[in-house]
Design a protein around this ligand. Sequence first.
Ligand code: DGL
Length: 260
Amino acid sequence: MIGILDSGVGGLSVLREVRALIPTAEISYVGDSAFCPYGTKSTAELRNRIGTVVESLLAQGARVIVLACNSATIQAVHWCREQWPQVPFVGMEPGVKPAVAATRTKVIGVLATEASLTGDMFQDLVSKHSQDCQILTRACPKFVELVEEGLLEGESVEVAVREYGQPLVDAGADVLVLGCTHYPFLKNAIAQILPNTVLIDTGPAVARRVHDVLAHIENEQRETAQLTIFTSGPPETMTKLLKKLLPEIEGTVQHLPLSS
Ligand code: DGL
């Protein structure tokens, strides 16, 4: 079973890619809505909380854990690997490397959370891959709020996209990295409001990585394609959002009480 976690519904953009690539996999998804957003929390708070979610997924039988959240990865993936050395963790980082390959202006805008942009792992990523490109960053807390409310278009979305994205485009960015798993749900709106920008989403690459990791785990022939979605918040809210964000996916939503 693959365990996937995020602060809320953002990781569903990764779940969608994993389902498309590995349709037979059994998946348990935890949206930690009661603790959302992750992007404004401290490293200690995030590790403590993510540790609780990981424990819960392992107790359910997860053999691989996907941190479908850039903030969780940047602040906690190394720590998770130390705590559970026997568990394969798949994390995700803003797609700086593909952005460098795609830019013509050599100016790249990275949209992500505060927790991601201030993390050492992000700084290392930039030093390693930016080459001769200028990397501009922008924290976008309103994007997470909008997606958690199921608002993917309309005036409030346009105002937020202009506030966060326009200054980067005005500064020459022709590629924008969607460095938070909530943002791909705003991709159509961003593409419409900021045309002529290439938008980078690392969800498909994460799904390929999960596929490779699974290939190294012995096959127990338990491929049931069962999908269970847990939320630490109200299940009705998650059910409604699931219908809106992933109408093609049918899964049951259950409440998961988390103690810390
Ligand atoms: N979706 C998460 C990420 O990729 C976190 C968003 C948040 O909760 O602030 O960073």
